[in-house]
Write a protein that binds this ligand. Structure first.
Ligand code: GDP
Length: 341
């Protein structure tokens, strides 16, 4: 039965994936992403081989991050911006980081029906958030998906997220330019915004500046510009911009695009663009090392058997936490040599 399914789908070799992604075969790109998103070990190894071969083809897009509370208009905005870019002949991929979907089984970012029009555009590729368990898993999958999309030749990769937990920080760590979509009532919104997020923003957009809301949006712009002025600059030589926009009518989308262009040009001129990417890549590397160490540690046979006793002993005050921790750490890989034989 399984063989029949495989036959129908056509089993792909590593080479098929590599060539397919390079040629922007969308069906193969989608399957390569599924491979990257898989939690199965055998998929992991193929995915890493595919990614390694494609690394020289990556790095040529502009990576944009977009955040905002549910209802701020993220999908409407991305659709408007995405279609504008697609119509200019660019190719646009939209990815999402939505750790909520794996935690609550309900997605805050919504399902595949979002950005319907953009999804159907031949120059666009819209992929919903992977359901990868913890944020760390989702982040790795999204980063690798981003690389696959770059290898497939997408000019712009937009990564969206809602501010759940650390997801904004995660998205900031994988993009060149970070935008936040706000609504009017700026003071209230700022109070709801987590500390530190304001300092990661390159461009702030006050959405829904249409109809009777225009004046309020303009007021919010003045207020937010003033507040941003007092915060430390995210990027040297760049004062974060505040703009009003209507994702619904399209007003302000072009201007927003102009700001993104100006920002990236400036970052490239001052070498901050490259420096940021290098730093992001090394940070990613270190966080993978740390994640893997933790995983290996807690799945180690000896650690697993010793852990409950040590926890009890710590609870009952029979051993100091420091001594217990070092005892446990020494247990790791105790049988490694034996296991390898
Ligand atoms: P998301 O949850 O941030 O992705 O928000 P959506 O894009 O789904 O938008 C939430 C609601 O706001 C929808 O009903 C949109 O039609 C509406 N909306 C989005 N952008 C605008 C806008 O610029 N003006 C107005 N008036 N409504 C908008």
């Amino acid at each position: 039965m399984k063989r029949e399914t495989n036959h129908k789908r056509g089993v792909l070799t590593t080479e098929d994936y590599i060539v397919g992604v390079k040629n922007n075969n969308r069906a193969i790109l989608a399957r390569a992403i599924t491979l990257v998103e898989s939690n199965a070990k055998r998929h992991f190894h193929i995915a890493q081989d595919v990614l390694s071969a494609l690394i020289p083809e990556t790095g040529n897009s502009i990576r944009l991050g977009i955040t905002g509370v549910p209802g701020a208009g993220k999908s409407t905005f991305i659709e408007a911006l995405g279609i504008m870019l697609c119509e200019q002949g660019f190719r646009v991929a939209v990815l999402a980081v939505d750790p909520s979907s794996s935690l609550s089984r309900g997605s805050i970012l919504g399902d595949k029906t979002r950005m319907d029009q953009l999804s159907r555009h031949p120059n666009a590729f819209v992929r919903p958030s992977p359901t990868g368990g913890a944020l760390g898993g989702v982040a790795r999958k999204t980063r690798e998906t981003l690389l696959l999309c770059e290898a497939a030749g997408y000019d712009f990769i937009i990564v969206e997220t809602v501010g759940v937990g650390q997801s904004e920080v995660t998205v900031r760590s994988m993009v060149d330019c970070f935008l936040v979509l706000m609504l009017t009532g700026a003071g209230d919104e700022l109070q709801g915004m987590k500390k530190g997020i304001m300092e990661m923003i390159d461009i702030m957009l006050i959405n829904k500046a249409d109809g009777t809301n225009i004046q309020k949006a303009e007021q919010a712009k003045v207020e937010l510009t003033r507040i941003l002025h007092y915060l430390p600059q995210t990027s040297e030589g760049w004062q974060p911009e505040v703009q009003t926009v209507s994702a619904l009518t399209g007003k302000g989308i072009k201007e927003c695009w102009k700001s993104i262009e100006t920002f990236t040009e400036k970052m490239k001129q001052t070498q901050q663009f490259e420096q940021r990417r290098k730093k992001q890549a090394t940070n990613w590397f270190y966080s993978l090392v740390e994640e893997q160490l933790l995983l290996d540690f807690y799945s180690d046979k000896n650690v697993k058997s010793e852990l409950p006793h040590l926890v009890k002993a710590v609870e009952n005050g029979h051993i100091s936490p420091t001594k217990a921790a070092f005892t446990l750490l020494r247990n790791m890989y105790k049988d490694d040599a034996e296991l390898k034989q």
